[in-house]
Structures are given as structure tokens and as C-alpha cells.
Ligand binder design. Sequence first.
Ligand code: UTP
Length: 241
Amino acid sequence: MNVVVSIGGSVLIPGFADDRVEEHAAVIEELADDGCSIGAVVGGGRIAREYIAAAREIGANEIELDTIGIDVTRLNARLLIAALGESVAPAPPETYEHAGEVLRNGDVCVMGGVAPAQTTDAVSAALAEYVNADLLVYATSVPGVFDADPQEDDDAERFDRITASELVNVIADIEMTAGSSAPVDLLAAKIIERSGMRTIVLDGTEPERITSAVRYGDHEGTDVIPEGVGDEPTYWAENER
Ligand code: UTP
């Protein structure tokens, strides 16, 4: 099974004192040992935000800020690479072609950002589309897709499942609210929609949840099921039986 896992920066590195990087590495190793092909895309988290704020203060323009953000995502990717064993590409690929080559060679691929004016949410969806992944998993700090921003609205309800075009509409509505935090951004949602990619959005603060979702389809997040895909299982164990 080909899986792309998107790991939010704040989920991977809530702080350097946490063991989260090693826990995520352990999950990737478990799935790779199962025989999954794993592409991981890592976000920038707090460190990226702090660098971007400092550079904005100094007068950097938006493209320069994005480039700094990309550098931090790649630095975070290197931290995850350092925690993985030998079957991982030693540096984060900077293009989808290179990432695809790493995966075709049977190695784990860990990458960060690719180009300005987007986030790693979109990179994850694009990588999944490029390598024709069976499943895309977003391990985020928001435990699924909600009908409103759960941090702003106590009545926000989580969807167990949603179609890709419903996802686009929900994210577009959430992003209309300034300062709101959507579980994935609109560009990512649009790529998921056009590619028909099976996607799961889940709480990545406990990395083991990724293993259960990929192996057994067992999770408490949201299944994004593109139109026409029906009830085919998302998961590895059933597919291999
Ligand atoms: P993130 O993917 O972590 O962005 O990349 P984010 O969604 O804003 O961060 P979280 O998930 O809320 O923590 C960090 C920054 O790096 C730049 C953007 O500026 C982004 O905000 N970036 C990242 C790019 O410009 N291009 C990329 O391909 C990736």
C-alpha cells in the first residue's frame, strides 16, 4: 500500500523536550516493516512561525517569508530523517520527481515544502497525487474535519466521513473567517478533490493513531471519500487479506 502521511509541524515538534519525533519515526518504521511505501511530508510548526514573524518584522517580502518557511519544514524533515533507520533518503527531496524516485527505490521519503505560496498541506496532497498513493493521512492538531472551527465555535461538529467536494466547501467556509485554523487548507482540499484521493484527517498528537488508521481504517478523525469511490476499505490489513 502506498501511503503519504502529512505531519503538521506542531504535531511533530510541540517542543524539543518531547519524544514526538521518535514516536512518529517509530510509526513510519512499523508501517514500512508491514510493507507500506511511505512518503512523509513535514510542516514547519512554531519554529517556522517564529522565523517568519521575525523576518516580516525586518521587512522580508511574502516570497522571502515562504522560502524561510520552506527551509524550516526541511529542517524539521531532517530531524525526522535523523530518527529513522537506514531505509530513508538521507535528505528531504525538493521536487516530486525526486520524491517519487526515492519511493520507487523502496526507501522512505521524508520531505518538507516545495515552492512558495502554499503550505505542506498542499505538498502532501500533490505528492499523494504524483505517486498515485492509495491513502493520504493528515496528522494534525485538529482531530478531524469539523463543520466550523472547533477553536472558535463550541458547537462545531466533526464529520465521520465527507466527500471531497464537501471538504472543499467546508474548508472554503472556515477559511473565510480570519485567523481560523482549518485542518487542511483549500489548495490541498482542491487537489484531493481533483485526484480522487482517499484521505483521512486525524489527531496526530498520538502518532500511534496513524498506524491504526493505515492498518485497520480504525480512527476517530474524518474519512474523506471522493465521489464514486464507494465503500471500498481505506486500509492495509483488509486489502492484503
Ligand atoms: P506549513 O506547511 O507548516 O504551514 O509551512 P502552515 O500550515 O502555515 O503551518 P501550521 O500547519 O499552521 O503549523 C510553513 C510555512 O512555509 C511556507 C509557508 O509560508 C508556510 O506557512 N511553505 C511551506 C511554502 O511557502 N511552500 C511550501 O511548499 C511549504
